[in-house]
Design a protein around this ligand. Structure first.
Ligand code: GDP
Ligand code: FE
Ligand code: FE
Ligand code: FE
Length: 196
């Protein structure tokens, strides 16, 4: 895809190279899978395929940074210090968006917000944020019980796909005895527990 709007000064090839340099081959393959899926969802649901491409390519940009670097940025850039109690799983999206903005010069708020919310979701999500959240879960390289059902739902109704993924992730985290980040619960209450 040739980027025509000005969400990034880079062309897709250069952006891909910058992302590739930050991660393992395996993770880069995942990123390309998310991009392919996000573009398809953008075309289906009427979002910008170009924004979907940029957000997908950069969504895990910071995932391989050290804990020390995340902790430094959280303190330096005025993030909620409660974040310090969490770990890479939560940081690489919420704080990762900050790395994307500073290091890649991407300033579009909707793209940055989609990156920030891609792991936890949120009660309020833009169309692009939903697309990245869902594409991350169903890209072709994902293989877990339920992924095909998630793929089928995503072809029919994007909000239902958000709900399915949220319930699946929360169930998994609870089974594993992992702590639930408050935003993940907000996502659950909004998209899964529809009585609220
Ligand atoms: P990935 O970066 O492509 O592997 O996928 P994600 O960014 O969606 O998720 C990263 C990790 O965060 C996964 O292992 C999720 O299970 C985990 N995760 C998502 N929400 C939460 C949460 O509320 N609490 C914890 N502890 N982990 C979470
Ligand atoms: Fe991620
Ligand atoms: Fe995800
Ligand atoms: Fe991902």
């Amino acid at each position: 895809m040739k980027y025509s709007d000005n969400y990034t000064a880079m062309d897709r090839e250069l952006l891909m190279q910058k992302v590739q340099m930050q991660m393992s081959e395996r993770r880069f393959k995942h990123v390309l899978g998310v991009e392919e899926t996000a573009i398809a969802l953008a075309e289906k649901y009427g979002a910008s395929p170009e924004k979907a491409s940029i957000a997908a390519l950069t969504h895990d940009y910071a995932k391989e940074r050290s804990d020390e670097e995340f902790q430094l940025v959280i303190r330096r850039d005025g993030f909620d210090l409660a974040l310090l109690k969490w770990n890479n799983a939560i940081w690489h999206g919420i704080v990762g968006a900050d790395f994307v903005q500073r290091e890649l010069g991407i300033d579009d708020e909707e793209i940055l917000n989609a990156i920030a919310l891609h792991t936890t979701g949120a009660a309020e999500m833009s169309l692009l944020a939903k697309i990245i959240y869902v594409a991350d879960f169903i890209e072709p390289g994902r293989d877990f019980p339920g992924v095909n059902e998630a793929r089928e739902i995503a072809l029919v109704n994007l909000d239902d796909a958000v709900a399915y993924e949220t319930k699946h992730t929360l169930t998994y985290l609870i089974e594993q005895g992992k702590p639930i980040y408050p935003k993940t619960i907000e996502t659950y209450n909004k998209w899964v527990a529809k009585h609220i």
